[in-house]
Design a protein around this ligand. Structure first.
Ligand SMILES: CC/C=C\CC(=O)SCCNC(=O)CCNC(=O)[C@H](O)C(C)(C)COP(=O)(O)OP(=O)(O)OC[C@H]1O[C@@H](n2cnc3c(N)ncnc32)[C@H](O)[C@@H]1OP(=O)(O)O
Length: 684
């Protein structure tokens, strides 16, 4: 809707009204067409101002309309009519002017923005391009380089005075576009919208306006119907949906009140503890950072201060150094509101810390663990108030990575979950509430994915082949490069704890069966040789020196694999990209369905956001569960069955009952899965 009024006798004022962000729904577009017509035909009106209600100009096209049969006036002719008006039209911008909202402002003759306004063209993040003239008008207004930057990244900028703009004068357009195209292709990792954005702006720079508009329309038509646009728009809503969490016992986000947290403590200042301390201090909380080993405490203090200073320089603010006090005595946490334990991943050690916290902290203090896989409920049982215990599983580096898994045990109170979720939000994280099980959601699904990658090596693949297939799919790093980065010893320790990794395995089939199922000791064998990845300069790849990040193919590894296959009587066969993707991704997705079946995640959106924000799943593919729905559940089931028949000793490849059930009920769209899951649970 759009409200019309006349102010100061001669100014027609059009106010966009569509809470919460004044999105350009059919009704709003109709309102604009009607009120502009009214203002232009009123002889008393000499000029027109367009603004938005409630401190926001316009959040752009109504994304909810994208998947529907769109009705109402089209944006392009509507904006054309405003530009063609014979009275001056001014966009008065307060708050955000994004996407179609900014394109509307670009069609106006003047734009005036509040100093705190945010302007941007985020269409690319939704798999689209600014096709209401944005790719054509913006380069004409601010020059090609600045327009390319805004359009291909989708990042908003603050309103600025024109005198602060650099004068855009590209000397060699071809070189400029080639350079930008190469950069965009690299960072897009297979996403098509950023590439189309560059093509559209190139049309603006090289063709007359009408031809440029034609090109913009043509490119948009391709994007609009692409699976990538659907995936990115799904992510937009899923990211917001996960904040509306629920627990199997019926507790929900809207009926559970969080308690404010002003003062927090972090126990253990290794890599994770340092990142968490930085993230908390940057949020404005007072933090007590505890590390019992004096040398480690000194090192941590220096590292945390450096991280805070670098972050503050980037953001142009003062570093929050004074927010943190350091102590080697755990007694210092006595009066905090919430503690995050981040000591070494060892149940015995963590249990001891929780027993200490239970006797030191004042009643009501929330006790959180940053464990990435251990039993949160077992830790809760070490305290007098298990209802105050939840997992807060951050991802490294904790002050950078956006994901936070909030893990509730069977005894965690809704208030503890609400408090951790709210704290995560304050820290700028995408927080997802999940149930307690080994590995929670993210790491539990990673297990079958990595297992398949190991098996593929046994059967004839190389780390390079597997990684290339996954990186071409859109992951920033394949499984082996990722394993080298995070350290092979991490998984080795877990496998030893699980009684799987045993030194000096004999040759032949029995060596590759553990606990009744197929097992690959390849990772353990590398660890036994001290090959822990980047930190030791050798892992699945080789590096110039320990700590180096440039992975190079390692001839030693290839002959090691050949020797291993010979020792175990395995014959290498040709493995192609499709088999790598099928086996790694479908095994991971199958576990995702099991997680839904077990009620560990409330819905597919939770799993997808965990993978997009924590595990590098390409956003333009929407997350593993969305991807499965796009591929077709029938096809996922058929492929899993096929591979399970070929590898009956790999339980992760056995299609789970929820997948069977979904296929049997006609493969409903992803937003209907919850109904099927509810029915399944009610029958159990
Ligand atoms: C021919 C094609 C022409 C144009 C193409 C486009 O314009 S595409 C749309 C481009 N616009 C965007 O991508 C903006 C998306 N929105 C935002 O970035 C933020 O919502 C915004 C506007 C900065 C406000 O942020 P804030 O944190 O204040 O609110 P929040 O994100 O939680 O949003 C509140 C609710 O509004 C819903 N919503 C926001 N934008 C849109 C939109 N464009 N269309 C539909 N709905 C939108 C959002 O989902 C939230 O809903 P809720 O039910 O409360 O979760």
């Amino acid at each position: 809707m759009a409200k019309y009024s006349r102010v100061s006798e001669s100014v027609g004022l059009i106010t966009l009204q569509n809470p919460p962000v004044n999105a350009l729904s059919a009704a709003v577009r109709q309102g604009i067409v009607d009120t502009v017509e009214r203002a232009l035909s009123d002889p008393k009106v000499k000029s027109v101002v367009i603004c938005g209600q409630n401190g926001i100009f316009c959040g752009g096209a109504d994304i909810k309309e994208f998947g529907t049969n769109m009705s109402g006036p089209l944006l392009v002719p509507m904006i054309h009519a405003i530009e063609a008006a014979n009275k001056p039209v001014v966009a008065a911008i307060e708050g955000s002017a994004l996407g179609g909202g900014l394109e509307l402002a670009l069609g106006c003759h003047y734009r005036i923005a509040h100093s705190k306004a945010r302007l941007g063209l985020p269409e690319v993040t939704l798999g689209l391009l600014p096709a209401a003239g944005g790719t054509q008008r913006l380069p004409r207004l601010i020059g090609v380089p600045a327009a390319l930057d805004l359009i291909t990244t989708g990042k908003p900028l603050d309103a600025r005075r024109i005198s602060t703009y650099p004068c855009p004068r590209p000397s060699d357009l071809d070189a400029l576009f080639e350079g930008v195209m190469e950069k965009v292709r690299q960072s897009a990792r297979g996403a098509i919208a950023p590439v189309a954005c560059v093509q559209a702006v190139r049309a603006a720079a090289t063709q007359p306006y009408t031809q440029g508009m034609e090109r913009e329309k043509e490119l948009m038509a391709t994007l609009f119907t692409s699976g990538q646009a659907r995936a990115l728009q799904y992510c937009f809503f899923a990211q917001r949906a996960v904040s509306r969490w629920s627990m199997p016992n019926g507790a929900r986000w809207d009926t559970s009140k969080p308690r404010p947290v002003h003062k927090a403590a972090v126990i253990g200042l290794g890599t994770m503890g340092r990142g968490i301390t930085v993230a908390l201090a940057q949020t404005g909380l007072s933090v007590i950072a505890v590390e019992t080993q004096e040398k480690q405490l000194m090192d941590a203090k220096q590292a945390v201060s450096g991280m805070l200073e670098r972050g503050a320089r980037r953001r142009g603010v003062a570093p929050a150094l004074d927010k943190i006090s350091y102590s080697h005595d755990i007694q210092a946490v006595a009066d905090v509101d919430l503690v995050i334990e981040a000591v070494f991943e060892d149940m015995g050690l963590k249990k001891k810390v929780f027993q200490q916290l239970a006797s030191i902290c004042r009643p009501g203090t929330f006790l959180c663990t940053n464990t990435s896989a251990l039993d949160v409920d077992h830790l809760a049982s070490q305290t007098h108030n298990p209802e105050l215990v939840v997992g807060m599983h951050f991802f490294a580096p904790a002050h950078v990575m956006k994901l936070l898994e909030v893990v509730y045990g069977p005894r965690s109170s809704p208030q503890a979950v609400a408090t951790a979720m709210q704290l995560g939000k304050k820290m700028g994280k995408v927080s997802v509430a999940v149930g307690n099980c080994p590995g929670f959601v993210g790491n539990r699904m990673l297990k079958p994915y990595m297992e398949q990658a190991f098996f593929l090596l046994e059967e004839g693949a190389t780390p390079e082949l597997v990684d290339r297939a996954l990186e071409e799919f859109g992951f920033p790093m394949g499984v082996f490069r990722m394993s080298d980065l995070s350290g092979l010893d991490v998984g080795w320790r877990v496998r030893k704890g699980d009684g799987l990794a045993e030194p000096g395995a004999p040759s032949g089939q029995p060596a590759r069966i553990r606990q009744g199922r197929r097992y690959s000791p390849l990772g353990d064998l590398l660890c036994e040789q001290g090959r822990f990845g980047q930190k030791t300069g050798q892992g699945w790849y080789q590096y110039n020196k320990p700590g180096s990040q440039v992975a190079r193919s390692d001839p030693w590894l290839h002959s090691f694999l050949e020797g291993y296959r010979a020792q175990h009587g395995l014959v290498a066969r040709r493995i192609d990209n499709q088999e790598v993707l099928d086996r790694c991704l479908y095994a991971l997705i199958n576990e995702g369905f099991r997680i839904l079946e077990d009620g560990i995640a409330a819905g597919p959106e939770d799993i997808d956001m965990i993978y997009v924000f924590g595990y590098g799943w390409p956003r333009h593919r929407g997350g593993p569960m969305f991807y499965a729905s796009m591929v077709g559940l029938g096809k996922v089931l058929e492929r899993l069955e096929h591979y399970h028949q070929a590898h009956p000793d790999v339980p992760y490849l056995k299609p789970c009952s929820l997948l069977w059930r979904l296929v049997a009920s006609g493969s409903p769209p992803l937003h209907k899965w919850r109904e099927v899951i509810r029915k399944l649970h009610s029958q159990l």
